[in-house]
Write a protein that binds this ligand. Structure first.
Ligand SMILES: *[C@@H]1O[C@H](CO)[C@@H](O)[C@H](O)[C@H]1NC(C)=O
Ligand SMILES: *[C@@H]1O[C@H](CO)[C@@H](O)[C@H](O)[C@H]1NC(C)=O
Length: 442
């Protein structure tokens, strides 16, 4: 009896301290990634105006590493086959700490922290080094700094484990939202290895999380894109990091979700410096959406002059994609958004059935990309139903000519450039020869 009583007391105390503050109904979530701490961050105003109850960092929360400029010649050559120094180098601990301090002091971000619960994971630049994985030496030190930035309690288990993965459950029973944040860095095998992204312990943990208590909605936060494998269509010109680059682990993730029969799973991601919404219809029995928002400051269109923005959007439109949701809610025809942006998930719990809205929003809070769906459409089906399956087709299975459209266009452009130059040179030389002959004759 005494033990039962003790257990009841402990259980009550536990549920009070852990569950009580998180029991408020959550219907507004915002998220973002890729924020350069030394650049102005006006987007926080729009995020604060959205009044999110929860904000989720998806990585590159600061740019912790040091980037050397592109240099083809000179002492420190960072590109070309003759490069002799790496383009990215890690910062010292003091420098990392200073960068986090700047990020945390940002006025807009401070206001957000007052109104919303802020949680998050990391990506490469705040992990410590561009494109780094498990081999990176500074990972334990940087884990501590990152958790300090997020005000992780000192006794949190997250401070004792290898990697920053974590899960949260918000909301009252029946209307719960579970947020699972993955660590795609600490245990990640080298690129092109088709090894593991999550590592053994994190996989085991994730399986338990997915098979545990059901929740109406489960948001899985991954720094890198889960659904889209754009690299399949941009290679060999350039490659991006994504789950697609680790095909076995990607398959394992979808199988694990499918086997868990968990309803309402949605991915959110960052990393790529543009925003888009993608979906995969053959991962489980309902569509798996991946809402990508990147970045809060770092966006592709910001690094080129504005008269070239149209060209960039054209290239984004030309590059084939099988997963991107193309609809009339997009600001641009490509349905990608290359200006600073943040992501939004809104839930209308009163609607019947409960409806969900995914958005990418620009720096003034304007919606530039959106999808509305319902919880009913994100439920495990017992018998095979007829999903349209237009988002089932992997990018790598596209016909060769379609898949390599970008590279073909690029080669064509380079060829034309070379032909024009050689032609020009030929004309100049022949004119000179003609002129010389004429001079001799005279
Ligand atoms: C961050 O912004 C500063 C100031 O605009 C700039 O000098 C620096 O190169 C930027 N860093 C990155 C990683 O873009
Ligand atoms: C994604 O693209 C890369 C590069 O082309 C390829 O190696 C990989 O197998 C693709 N992954 C999937 C799941 O299609």
């Amino acid at each position: 009896m005494a033990t039962v009583l003790t257990w009841m007391v402990i259980a009550t105390a536990f549920s009070f301290s852990v569950a009580a503050p998180e029991e408020a109904l959550i219907s507004r979530i915002a998220f973002g990634s890729c924020a350069n701490q030394t650049s102005p961050q006006p987007i926080w105003d729009a995020i604060v105006n959205f009044k999110p109850q929860v904000f989720i960092w998806l990585g590159d929360n600061i740019y912790g590493d040091i980037r050397r400029p592109f240099k083809l010649f000179g002492n420190e050559r960072t590109i070309g086959p003759w490069k002799n120094v790496p383009r990215f180098v890690p910062s010292s601990v003091d420098e990392m700490q200073e960068k986090y301090k700047i990020a945390k002091k940002n006025h807009g971000y401070s206001r957000l922290r007052e109104i919303a619960k802020v949680i998050g994971t990391w990506d490469d630049h705040d992990y410590g080094l561009n494109d780094a994985g498990k081999e990176f030496k500074g990972k334990d030190t940087n884990q501590k700094l990152m958790l300090d930035f997020l005000d992780e309690p000192h006794d949190s288990p997250r401070r004792k484990q290898a990697g920053v993965y974590a899960s949260y459950t918000f909301g009252p029973e029946g209307r719960q939202i579970k947020v699972i944040l993955l660590d795609t860095r600490y245990h990640r095998d080298p690129l092109r290895s088709d090894g593991t992204i999550l590592g053994t312990a994190q996989w085991k943990w994730l399986e338990k999380e997915l098979n545990g208590q059901p929740s109406a909605i489960t948001i899985i936060g991954s720094s890198i894109q889960v659904v889209s494998n754009l690299s399949a269509c941009t290679g060999p010109l350039f490659y991006m990091e994504s789950w697609g680059r680790f095909p076995s682990d990607r398959k394992r993730l979808f199988n694990m979700i499918s086997d868990s029969k968990r309803d309402g799973v949605v991915f959110i991601s960052g990393d790529v410096h543009f925003g888009e919404i993608t979906r995969f219809d053959c991962g489980t029995t309902y569509p798996l959406y991946d809402i990508t928002s990147s970045g809060l400051t770092q966006a592709v269109e910001k690094v080129i002059p504005s008269f070239l923005h149209f060209g960039l959007r054209f290239l984004a439109w030309v590059t084939p994609t099988t997963m991107r949701v193309i609809n009339n809610n997009c600001k641009y025809k490509s349905c990608t958004y290359g200006q600073p942006n943040f992501g939004v998930i809104q839930v209308d719990w009163e609607a019947k059935p409960v409806s969900l809205r995914f958005e990418v929003r620009g720096v003034s809070g304007e919606v530039v990309n959106s999808v509305t769906t319902s919880l009913l459409d994100l439920q495990t089906k017992t018998k095979k139903t007829q999903l349209p399956q237009q988002h089932c087709f992997l990018e790598v299975d596209l016909p060769w000519l379609t898949r390599h459209r970008l590279a073909i266009l690029f080669s064509f452009f380079v060829t034309v450039l070379i032909v024009v130059q050689v032609g020009g040179l030929y004309v100049v030389i022949s004119l000179m020869v003609k002129c010389l002959r004429k001079c001799k004759l005279d």
